[in-house]
Design a binder for this molecule. Structure first.
Ligand SMILES: Cc1cc2nc3c(=O)[nH]c(=O)nc-3n(C[C@H](O)[C@H](O)[C@H](O)COP(=O)(O)OP(=O)(O)OC[C@H]3O[C@@H](n4cnc5c(N)ncnc54)[C@H](O)[C@@H]3O)c2cc1C
Length: 436
């Protein structure tokens, strides 16, 4: 073998120094060999065919939930309360998702204007259960928009899931679905133990980004939104800037970040991660120049980047801003939400304090194709006008609790999620102190 051949072979083995289309197993785009089932939002330099392989089925449960954010934990506890055996899958090392890992601590959307014109609290249920437990620990402030200490809350969520007999798998990324006809039979997980599968009767997509429904072939829309960050600073008791937390002197700061961002593009996410980390450091140092901020320090940057919206399910009935502004009531309401910010409705600015309370129909959690999949949290079915409120933590608790309850019923009654008896669902939610 001469030196040129040797170098070429070594480069092939290492997969470097060659055009992507020359890599072993690569298929040329230009040659039109691309498998039509393969999609990618990224510009491909070529295509690699992944060899088929057998993977072990390592766990089974009646209800399997992907994602342990605000929606996922509410769903897991609610499904367990129905008597279902529940498995919760989480890619990170903690529960709470963006709420605790994005340090977006104040729970919003809890209040709104009722039909009678009064200012009402409409989010109770799991949100109130959690608030009481955190209050006993002295680890929450602001009953209107509960703001917990994130570490106390992570600890508490572990305890609550344990008390309800929910099995939690951390450090697992749900990266694929296996279907039999329209039904999902298992999820494929990428883990440190290798690629494995978990089976279930009913699945709930609480991944925030709709990873499961996208993989399952459901229809959805995508939204670009501003991607920003919140972070914790210490020694800030005398500083005017920042939002208070239960720990004296610890506050959260916020940066809106960049507008109109794709939260599913890994290159973009990496760019923003680096940029925002610098911004958080710089803004904390600037706070040292402010009165009362002399000893401020950067306590914690958020473990999760502030991605607000990506995929939104095209559900059986997406709830609309129009409905939310007009007290439209649904037979299958599973809970209510308020508004958390000023929005523009019919050309008029409506402040958070003027926003009507609005109902969420069960159908907005139900996908159109898979009979054993439900969706909760920031990617359930809503229209773009509602994107500000429909994804707040309070609303995620509501959709999560309802999806978990419905999944538990569907698993134990052996029916499709669309065939769940909504009277039974509503009765159970009322018993759990949910306001419909
Ligand atoms: C910067 C910013 C500020 C905000 N401020 C507020 C605020 O002040 N108050 C408020 O109420 N709301 C606020 N929000 C909105 C709110 O925080 C989120 O919409 C809400 O927490 C979403 O909860 P979720 O459970 O639907 O999704 P997420 O919190 O995104 O949770 C999804 C969970 O699933 C896991 N996961 C994702 N994909 C997979 C997978 N494939 N396999 C396994 N696990 C997976 C994630 O690690 C995560 O734990 C803010 C959002 C941002 C970004």
């Amino acid at each position: 073998m001469d030196r040129r051949d040797f170098l070429k072979k070594s480069a092939l083995a290492a997969g470097i120094g060659l055009a992507a289309s020359e890599l072993p197993g690569a298929e040329s785009l230009a040659a039109g060999k691309q498998d039509p089932r393969i999609t990618s939002r990224l510009k491909a330099k070529g295509w690699i065919r992944e060899p088929a392989r057998k993977i072990p089925l390592v766990a089974e449960a009646e209800v399997v939930i992907a994602g342990g954010g605000a929606a996922g934990v509410a769903a897991a506890i609610a499904a367990a309360r129905q008597g279902a055996d529940v498995l919760l899958l989480e890619r990170s090392a903690f529960l709470g998702g963006l709420w605790l890992g994005g340090l977006v601590l104040p729970v919003l959307s809890t209040h709104g204007v009722g039909r009678d014109g009064s200012w009402q609290k409409v989010i109770h249920g799991f949100c109130s259960d959690l608030y009481s437990r955190l209050d006993e620990m002295g680890m929450v402030i602001n009953p209107k928009n509960p703001t917990p200490d994130p570490e106390a809350c992570k600890y508490l969520l572990d305890r609550m899931l344990e008390e309800h007999g929910v099995r939690v798998l951390y450090h697992v990324l749900a990266c694929g679905v296996v279907k039999s006809a329209d039904r999902i039979s298992s999820l494929i997980l990428e883990t440190k133990s290798g690629r494995v599968a978990v089976g279930g009767k009913v699945f709930i997509d609480c991944s925030g980004d709709g990873d499961i429904f996208a993989n399952a072939g459901e229809d959805y829309t995508e939204m670009k939104y501003h991607i920003g960050a919140m972070w914790r600073v210490g020694n800030a008791a005398n500083l005017k800037k920042g939002i208070r937390t239960p720990i004296e002197g610890v506050k959260i700061f916020h940066t809106r970040g960049e507008e109109d961002q794709d939260g599913l593009d890994m290159f973009n996410l990496s760019r923003l991660q680096i940029k925002l980390r610098k911004e958080m450091w710089d803004k904390t140092m600037q706070a040292r120049q402010m009165p009362g901020g002399e000893n401020v320090f950067l306590l914690e940057t958020p473990p999760l980047l502030g991605v607000r919206v990506t995929r939104i399910l095209s559900s059986v009935h997406n709830v609309t801003l129009e409905d939310s502004m007009n007290y439209v009531s649904y037979e299958d309401s599973i809970g209510m939400s308020g508004g958390s910010d000023t929005i523009v409705y019919r050309g008029r600015k409506v402040k958070a304090g003027e926003r009507p309370v609005w109902q969420i129909p069960y159908r907005s959690l139900v996908p159109r194709k898979c009979p054993n999949l439900l969706v909760a949290g920031r990617c359930f079915g809503f229209d773009e006008g509602l994107a500000w409120d429909a994804r707040e933590v309070g609303t995620c608790f509501v959709t999560g609790q309802a999806a978990g309850t419905a999944a538990g019923i569907a698993a134990l009654d052996r029916c499709a999620v669309s065939a769940v008896d909504t009277n039974k669902l509503k009765k159970s939610l009322i018993e759990q102190n949910v306001m419909l």
